[in-house]
Design a binder for this molecule. Structure first.
Ligand code: GTP
Length: 790
């Protein structure tokens, strides 16, 4: 079959097995992944460097691999500066035009594209001369050339000056050492693949290339031996032994190639023709039969591909884990933006879902069955319990109802309660006044407790804002407002209830409460306290001096006070009286412990009247006498504007104060227990449980409105942008993940690359060019790197 029988259309080109078909698509896919991810990192492919002695054919090998004529070649020294050739794959032109391949030099103004490859060659020569002079000078300063094409693999190739022994022209005397150092600086890097080029017409055992490659890569893991100029060997000799590795073994083996001769170059022979000629040459030489896997530039490219595949394989696990980590992180980020719905129905469902989820979170936080329960601190309902028990109840328990009541206060209250008369009994009124005053003190902490719980609910409400809501600030703000107002509405009735409870307690002092100490017991206890307080004072103080008239009336006095011994049902018991009487009896003779009481009863109607009469008679008599005696007028001292009860307490008053205090404490305890019980109940009912029960309804009423949905679910622009970007990244990563899973990296697929001598006709793409149909479409010119026909 002839070359012309097969037109270079994408269909039949892809029917052939182009070189690199196994590796280039993989690389392309991977590079696509990186490009789409906007990642700076790429698949770091090994650099390929050609080394060898001068004019061994290094540039020719490189050029054949790349498939374009652009390197200066000649039988004199050509490469005098390293040429770092960066192949960059570009997108094919959409219109299929052929000007999608160009070169760019780093030393030229940036962006200057050179589409004519002969001009590229001329610029390499000119730039070499610029720095190294025109007289064979050598420089280690590299020329950097970027070849952009849809048909190349992203890889760097380095053409290095050849090793030379004898200085010529402007070369320094240590030229060999200098060139060796320069070469080593490139090929000693572990990611540098070495093509050690030795011409077949020289002695392999003296190969500079193998020698320097051996220095840089002693294990031979990255050195491929290339034997050039097989066509100009001495007649009767061949390189079979060398190619089989029998002369100098190489781990990656040798490939024999036939490049264009100087004559071919002068005749402008194309690479395509050269490849055909090369294949013909091997077919015509029986010495090379059976060595098809190590003959020809395509086989060299295949070998390179195999090494590249191995390299990619080694990179893959790391790449996969990077992609899957990025996938995980991006998926999480995307999730954090929450759902977004386009349709009105979808938006409504989404809003309803948010509101419901919020209410569930609110309830479960209060109930204590939230999934996000903290283990480091109290939260939710537990905090409410803490406020009730450890703040409210505890504070109330610590209150002493008599704390801010001095004995004088009590005495004043008693005196005020009895009005202009002297007290016959310890009256109810001061006790009630005082106990009411103490009960009223419970209002403030109770209201404060409600306020604390309100604050706590507000706090819980903030905790319940799901992370998704962060992306809907309008909704979040409105929900916050609704909850705040709603809780405030719950606070008012709970505080009103608390006021009612306290007022109820103040309104009716239930002295019949079974837990109330009652008068009898209070008298008994007070007397015992007074009695025991006297025991340590065996010597009677002047105050204790008995006044006979007082002791005389003590029994009746005690009896008169028997109202204090009334049972809660109001029945007067003898015990109360008896207890008081007993106490009186038990007092030592001449003791006036009940003198206070006695004084009340001393003032019995008749006694008081008598004494008043006596006094009046006495005063009248004296006045008459004074008149007679014509004495001067007696003036009373003006009473002070503020009157206080006298400072000295009589013993009676002491007992009265004690009784009042006992009654006060006992009753206060009852009220306190009630308040401790009822206030939390009121708050729980009107505020906490009410909010739990009704919040969802309130949300529905206030927010789940047709006309509000769009506004509530409006995302801020920056979030919408982030969401879109994350979604796109996620899509790319998922695709990348799938691509990595599907990559055909089996050795078998690589083996299919290259061409086999004597097999079916092949239409080989030259060397490292891509096999993508779109790329090939642009390669219909006659530059000679399109097809190889046999
Ligand atoms: N006949 C024949 N000539 C070749 C072959 N390879 C290279 N040549 C010729 O050998 C000469 C040197 O080739 P280059 O490719 O420039 O060699 P080089 O090693 O790059 O040379 P320097 O860069 O100067 O060291 C050129 O004239 C090529 O045409 C080959 O396989 N067969």
């Amino acid at each position: 079959m002839s070359v012309d029988d097969v037109p270079p259309t994408p269909a039949n080109v892809s029917a052939a097995v182009p070189l690199g078909s196994s590796v280039i698509p993989i690389i392309n896919k991977l590079q696509d992944i990186f490009a789409q991810l906007g990642s700076q990192s790429t698949i770091a492919l090994p650099q390929v460097a050609v080394v060898g002695s001068q004019s061994s054919g290094k540039s020719s090998v490189l050029e054949a691999l790349v498939g374009r004529d652009f390197l200066p070649r000649g039988n004199d020294i050509c490469t005098r500066r390293p040429l770092v050739l960066q192949l960059v794959q570009t997108k094919p032109r959409s219109d299929g035009g052929s000007d999608d391949e160009w070169g760019e030099f780093l030393h030229l103004p940036s962006g200057k594209r050179i589409y004519d490859f002969s001009e590229i060659r001329r610029e390499i020569e000119a730039e070499t001369n610029r720095l190294s002079g025109e007289n064979k000078g050598v420089s280690d300063n590299p020329i950097r050339l970027k070849i952009c094409s849809p048909n190349v693999l992203d890889i760097s190739l380095v053409d290095l000056p050849g090793i030379t022994k004898v200085p010529v022209g402007d070369q320094p005397s240590d030229i060999e050492a200098r060139i060796r150092t320069m070469i080593l600086s490139y090929i000693k890097k572990p990611n540098c693949l070495i093509l050690a080029v030795t011409p077949a017409n020289s002695d392999l055992t003296n190969s500079d290339a193998l020698q320097i490659a051996g220095n840089a890569d002693p294990d031979g893991n990255r050195t491929i031996g290339v034997i050039t100029k097989l066509d100009i060997m001495d007649r009767g000799t061949d390189a079979r032994k060398h190619l089989l590795g029998k002369t100098i073994p190489l781990r990656l083996g040798y490939v024999g190639v036939v490049n264009r001769s100087q004559e071919d170059i002068l005749m402008n022979r194309s690479i395509k023709d050269a490849l055909i000629a090369e294949e013909k040459f091997f077919l015509s030489r029986p010495a090379y039969s059976g060595l098809s896997d190590r003959l020809g530039v395509p086989q060299l490219a295949k070998k390179l591909n195999q090494v590249l595949v191995q390299h990619i394989k080694a990179l893959l696990p790391n790449l996969k884990s990077r992609i899957s980590n990025a996938l995980f992180a991006t998926a999480k980020e995307y999730e954090s933006y929450g759902e977004i719905k386009e349709s009105r129905a979808g938006q409504g469902a989404l809003l309803l879902n948010f509101l419901t989820k919020y209410c569930e979170a609110y309830s479960s936080t209060l109930e204590g069955n939230s999934k996000e329960m903290s283990t480091s601190e109290l939260s939710g309902g537990a905090r409410i319990h803490y406020i009730f028990q450890s703040v409210f109840v505890k504070s109330l328990e610590e209150v002493d109802p008599c704390e801010d009541l001095t004995n004088d206060d009590i005495r004043t209250a008693i005196q005020n309660a009895t009005g202009p008369r002297s007290a016959l009994f310890v009256p109810d009124v001061p006790f009630e006044v005082l106990v009411r005053r103490q009960i009223s003190r419970l209002l403030d902490p109770s209201l404060q407790c409600a306020r604390f719980i309100f604050d706590e609910l507000i706090r819980i409400s903030h905790q319940c804002m799901m992370s998704e809501l962060q992306h809907f600030p309008v909704l979040q703000k409105r929900m916050d407002e609704v909850v705040g107002n709603f809780l405030w509405e719950g606070l008012e009735p709970s505080q009103a209830m608390i006021r009612d409870i306290i007022e109820m307690e103040m309104d009716y002092i239930n002295t019949s409460h079974p837990n109330f100490i009652g008068g009898t017991k209070a008298v008994e206890v007070a007397m015992q306290q007074v009695k025991s307080s006297r025991i340590p004072h065996p010597v009677a103080r002047p105050k204790d001096t008995v006044e006979p008239e007082k002791t005389a009336s003590s029994a009746s006095q005690v009896k008169s006070r028997s109202f204090l011994g009334r049972q809660p049902n109001g029945i007067v018991t003898d015990q109360g009286v008896q207890a008081a009487a007993d106490a009186e009896k038990s007092a030592p003779a001449g003791n006036t412990s009940w003198s206070g009481f006695s004084s009340i009863f001393r003032g019995s109607e008749s006694g008081q009247a008598a004494s008043k009469n006596n006094l009046l008679n006495k005063q009248f008599g004296e006045a008459a006498q004074d008149e007679y005696q014509n004495l001067s007028t007696i003036y009373l001292k003006e009473p002070p504007s503020v009157l206080r009860s006298s400072e000295n307490h009589s013993e009676q008053e002491t007992v009265e104060i004690k009784i009042t205090k006992l009654l006060l404490k006992s009753y206060y305890d009852i009220v306190r227990k009630n308040i401790e019980d009822l206030v939390p109940k009121a708050i729980m009912h009107f505020l906490v449980n009410y909010s739990k029960r009704e919040l969802h309804n309130v949300f529905i009423e206030k927010l789940y409105r047709e006309n509000l949905i769009e506004e509530l679910l409006k995302e801020p622009d920056e979030i919408a942008i982030k969401r879109k970007r994350t979604q796109e990244t996620l899509r790319i990563l998922q695709q990348a993940n799938r691509t990595l899973e599907e990559l055909p990296l089996e050795a078998e697929s690589v083996e299919k690359g290259g061409y086999r001598i004597g097999s079916e006709p092949k239409h080989e793409e030259s060397t490292m060019y891509t096999a993508s149909p779109s790329a090939r479409r642009s390669r219909t010119d006659s530059n000679g790197y399109g097809r190889l026909h046999m």
